[in-house]
Ligand binder design. Structure first.
Ligand code: ADP
Ligand code: MG
Length: 238
């Protein structure tokens, strides 16, 4: 009630959507597995950032989510830790199955950074992740995909190549992340994004992240998300 409103206003958290859960205040409240809390404390993090405090309880509901917050605000863990929880709740991957979590990102550099974060947390859980991006040899990427990975972080073009060559498939994807959606649109990835999403089951959970909220970014979200929560951090008139 009032203390939630105060907590949100102090951190410039704005929310939209039906039945919005209240933000968490400390990491322990999110109900992540213990090994995640251990990694968080090893990293020296003191408290959730605003996008995490409000985004985690939303993402953990299994609903679609739009998160808008500036660069450096902690968006990666805002979707990665709920992704680990999601994977643990799914049946294990069988031989030949593709990933359960797909993260689409605009650049190789970003994909690599996201995977570095994922592997810090995934190590102790036997949840495997790999990166798929252009401008690098395909061999090692194909090998990882064929070994089986629960989480794939990919740039759109190379992932389409891998799918067309049947090195992986998106039939098991139930948690889809579009990171830096605004940059992906600026870089002209909309057709590739559409093509990829058309191969993913419609009852997936979709999480859509952006630092800015122009019309085109909003229009794309409207097409691919269902009854989303929205969380906006910052006082700018987004
Ligand atoms: P964004 O995607 O919003 O640009 P990142 O997810 O890349 O931001 O996070 C920026 C930096 O903040 C990273 O180095 C990350 O490890 C760190 N970070 C994430 N969450 C926290 C936290 N709760 N406390 C302190 N640092 C954090
Ligand atoms: Mg980011």
């Amino acid at each position: 009630p009032q203390d939630v409103a105060l907590y949100r206003s102090r951190r410039d958290i704005r929310v939209e959507g039906q039945d919005v859960p209240k933000p968490i205040r400390v990491f322990e409240e999110a109900n992540f597995p213990d090994y995640c809390l251990e990694v968080i404390s090893k990293l020296g993090f003191v408290e959730p950032t605003p996008i995490q405090a409000q985004g985690w309880p939303m993402a953990l509901k299994g609903r679609d989510l739009i998160g808008i917050a500036e660069t450096g605000s902690g968006k990666t863990l805002a979707y990665l830790l709920p992704a680990l929880v999601h994977v643990m709740a799914q049946p294990r991957l069988a031989q030949g199955e593709g990933p359960i979590v797909l993260v689409l990102a605009p650049t190789r550099e970003l994909a690599v950074q996201i995977q570095a974060e994922a592997s810090k947390f995934g190590l102790r859980s036997n949840i495997r992740s790999t990166c798929v991006y252009g401008g690098a040899p395909k061999g090692p990427q194909i090998r990882d995909l064929q070994r089986g990975v629960e989480i794939v972080i990919a740039t759109p073009g190379r992932l389409i190549d891998m799918l067309e060559a049947r090195h992986t498939n998106l039939q098991r994807v139930t948690y889809l992340v579009l990171d830096e959606a605004d940059r992906m649109l600026d870089m002209g990835f909309e057709p590739q994004i559409r093509k990829l999403i058309s191969q993913i089951r419609p009852d997936r959970q979709t999480l859509y992240w952006s630092a800015t909220w122009p019309k085109e970014v909003e229009a794309l979200a409207r097409q691919f998300l269902q009854n989303p929560y929205k969380v906006i951090i910052g006082s700018s008139d987004l």
